[in-house]
Design a protein around this ligand. Structure first.
Ligand SMILES: NC(=O)c1ccc[n+]([C@@H]2O[C@H](COP(=O)([O-])OP(=O)(O)OC[C@H]3O[C@@H](n4cnc5c(N)ncnc54)[C@H](OP(=O)(O)O)[C@@H]3O)[C@@H](O)[C@H]2O)c1
Length: 272
């Protein structure tokens, strides 16, 4: 596994996404993933599975400290009065005293960052969030959050072969921020792609393995694919025994013209 280190944590570059897995299935999938070696789990208030994620982690035969756990505060909970109580409810559901990473899920244009960022910082100062970060933040708002004194470690954004994130990534690299790729498999769209299928055939790997490798091979990029199938969970982890050539990377890099985004919020941030 490739890892990244912050002042206080080690973050596995490949994590488990948990959107749309709930109930008994979620507990089962997360327990299986931990058994397979997943040590980085991504959830959010929106996913309505924090209780199940907490149960699976509690049931795991390893210490809580071995898991890097992320949750995200939903944009309607970003006011000074709402942020902490809503995060504390997440902690109760997750059955833990801290998360390893707390993110603002999306910016909310009606609640200024001046109001939310001090609460995010407070969560870290109180030891309830070991690391803090953002999600779906464009450069302008990232810069503003940093300017307000938040020691942000990452921005979780949509990233797969069909979206060009080079401008954002260039800025984030310059500011020492990790990029966590969500929807790394473009929600399944990659599986129909003839160009990626051809690269996968060349390497004797699956399409998912080639796409995840293309992401993880980039410096400062992490990925959190979701699967609820044990064979696919296992296969998605098996990407650390090969490297993509410059030629293969070029083929995948070429798929983002035109750049396509598949996840959109109800109120769109200014993406520049
Ligand atoms: N911050 C945000 O705003 C935000 C937004 C969206 C997502 N996310 C996070 O990112 C995670 C990943 O995104 P996502 O779940 O939307 O999409 P994704 O990971 O790009 O794709 C998931 C789809 O790929 C399939 N799949 C996974 N591995 C496969 C394999 N090896 N072979 C064939 N099919 C495979 C899954 O089906 P099976 O389950 O049947 O294998 C599922 O249908 C989410 O779960 C969530 O944690 C964050």
């Amino acid at each position: 596994m490739k890892n990244y280190n912050t002042d206080v944590s080690t973050i596995p570059a490949l994590g488990l996404g948990t959107y749309l897995i709930t109930g008994a299935e979620a507990i089962n999938v997360i327990e299986q993933a931990i058994d397979l070696g997943y040590r980085h789990i991504d959830t959010a208030q929106l996913y309505e599975n924090e209780e199940e994620v907490g149960t699976a982690i509690q049931n795991a035969p390893i210490d809580r400290s071995e898991i890097f756990l992320t949750t995200k505060v939903w944009p309607t909970h970003l006011s000074k009065n709402d942020f902490m109580p809503s995060f504390e409810e997440s902690l109760r559901k997750l059955k833990t005293e801290y998360v390893d990473l707390l993110l603002i899920h999306w910016p909310n244009k009606d609640i200024p960052l001046e109001e939310t960022i001090p609460e995010l910082i407070k969560a870290q100062e109180q030891g309830k969030a070991k690391n803090i970060g953002l999600s779906n933040f464009p450069i302008k708002l990232l810069a503003k959050a940093i300017g307000l004194g938040a020691r942000i470690i990452c921005n979780q954004v949509e990233y797969h072969p069909y979206i060009d994130q080079s401008i954002l990534k260039g800025w984030m690299d310059h500011n020492n921020l990790l990029m966590t790729a969500y929807c790394p498999l473009a929600q399944g769209r990659v599986f129909k792609d003839e160009a990626i299928k051809a690269v996968a055939a060349d390497y004797g790997k699956s399409v998912a393995q080639v796409v995840l490798k293309w992401l993880i091979q980039q410096e400062n990029v992490l990925a959190i694919p979701k699967s609820s199938n044990v064979e696919r969970l296992k296969a998605n982890l098996e990407i650390f025994n090969f490297e993509l050539s410059e030629e293969a990377k070029k083929i995948l890099n070429g798929l983002s013209n035109p750049s396509q985004r598949f996840v959109r919020p109800s109120t769109e941030p200014d993406w520049d």
